[in-house]
Design a binder for this molecule. Structure first.
Ligand code: AMP
Length: 384
């Protein structure tokens, strides 16, 4: 693979915060950045890019414009129209990671099949394309269940939980009702896993097969949205090693050139893979401060054919800042930063809606527990 050197143009598909942090690191290296936003103007990534293309992902003229100005194209989200990849191939512009990886990650049914083909364990599940299949799936999978839409689900959206004991209204609702409630689309039904912890591994992979990760992150979700990450995860050494091996195995199996995040449930000493995302991930935000080379820099290096850097992390914690923090007015930024070790990241979003990811705080300390205490205290001070 030929090496792309600055001032080559990195084309980013997606205008969100992940694209913004990639754009910022690319520009620090002397690259230029073009962003296809998906529609909006002044997006988090587009606002810092050299070129912002505020158009839909299936807008042919906009896609051609991105392909015409980019030397390589990468992604900051996976649920996008993939015809872009064909346009890029015709023009001879490399797309990294390849679009087949996105196709597998954007559809939970395709994802589960890919995970199983790679030989990793997943929660027991069934696919259901209609109410009758859903009823069969619910009957076959005993215990508490989660029904998820195959596509367009994130942060716990597009999900219905079915309790095991039949006392929940969902359990007694007919499969037809659940099917309708989720929008009458293809679904998967999976067993709810009684996990001890949720963890993730972000691994970068080069075209030559080299891999580098940041260790194992420990994640806590609130209402389906990532709330805090601490690194390293509190796991026995052999479980840490196994989690890293699973992540590397999946990156290899999917032939990722770029970055892959694998989210896993820890149940005793067993690891079940929940999902993969072929891009940097929320849970890797703390790598900006905790590692010599962050997940965004690894993505840049991998897609440009540069050597991967040292991703190993010092103990750190991250907490997400959601739009809810703005309920009482502008958060007290100075109060949060009264602890000199706290680092603030805001994504430049203008409309702080509840549940919307507006930014995050990071802290590096002697242990992940100390770092977590400090980021949580800082967040508390933002909106007392
Ligand atoms: P997802 O959209 O699949 O990432 O789910 C969001 C969050 O819901 C996960 O991070 C878990 O906290 C929870 N969750 C999803 N699937 C399961 C499951 N099978 N068992 C237990 N918790 C789950």
């Amino acid at each position: 693979m030929s090496v792309l050197v600055p001032p080559a143009v990195i084309g980013i598909v997606g205008g969100g915060q992940l694209g913004r942090m990639l754009a910022q690191v690319a520009q620090r290296h002397g690259y230029r950045v073009a962003v296809l936003t998906g529609g909006d103007e002044r997006t988090p990534a587009g606002a810092v890019a050299d070129i912002e293309i505020p158009a839909a992902f299936d807008d042919t003229a906009a896609v051609q414009r991105l392909v015409a100005c980019a030397d390589v194209i990468t992604w900051e989200l996976e649920d996008v129209d993939l015809h872009l990849a064909g346009v890029a191939a015709t023009a001879g512009v490399p797309v990294r990671p390849r679009h087949q990886v996105l196709a597998a990650a954007a559809d939970r049914a395709a994802e589960k099949r890919a995970l199983q083909a790679a030989g990793v364990a997943v929660a027991p599940y069934r696919e259901a394309a209609g109410p009758a299949e859903l009823a069969t799936a619910i009957a076959h999978l005993d215990g508490p269940l989660i029904v998820k839409t195959a596509r367009s689900g994130y942060d716990g959206k597009g999900q219905v939980r079915l309790a095991a004991d039949g006392s929940e209204p969902e359990r007694t609702a007919t499969a037809a009702e659940v099917f309708r409630r989720l929008g009458s689309v293809r679904l998967i039904v999976e067993r709810e896993v009684p996990f001890d912890r949720e963890v993730s591994v972000v691994v970068a992979r080069s075209a030559n097969g080299a891999v580098a990760d940041h260790g194992v992150m420990e994640n806590v979700h609130v209402d389906g949205i990532l709330d805090t990450t601490t690194v390293p995860a509190r796991l026995p050494e052999e479980v840490t090693a196994a989690a890293r091996q699973i992540a590397a195995r999946l990156a290899r199996h999917l032939d990722v050139v770029g970055v892959l995040c694998t989210e896993m449930f820890v149940v005793g000493s067993e690891l079940l893979v929940n999902e993969v995302a072929p891009r940097p991930h929320n849970s890797g935000h703390c790598t900006i401060e905790a590692a010599a080379v962050s997940q965004f820099e690894q993505q840049l290096r991998a897609v440009c054919g540069l050597p991967l850097g040292d991703g190993s992390c010092r103990p750190a914690a991250m907490t997400q800042l959601l739009g809810d923090l703005w309920a009482g007015g502008e958060p007290a930024w100075g109060e949060a930063l009264s602890d000199p070790g706290i680092r603030l990241h805001l994504y430049g979003k203008r409309d702080p809606r509840p549940g919307r990811k507006m930014g995050h705080l990071t802290c590096v300390d002697a242990t992940p527990e100390l770092a977590l205490k400090r980021v949580l205290a800082a967040r508390e001070r933002l909106a007392p």
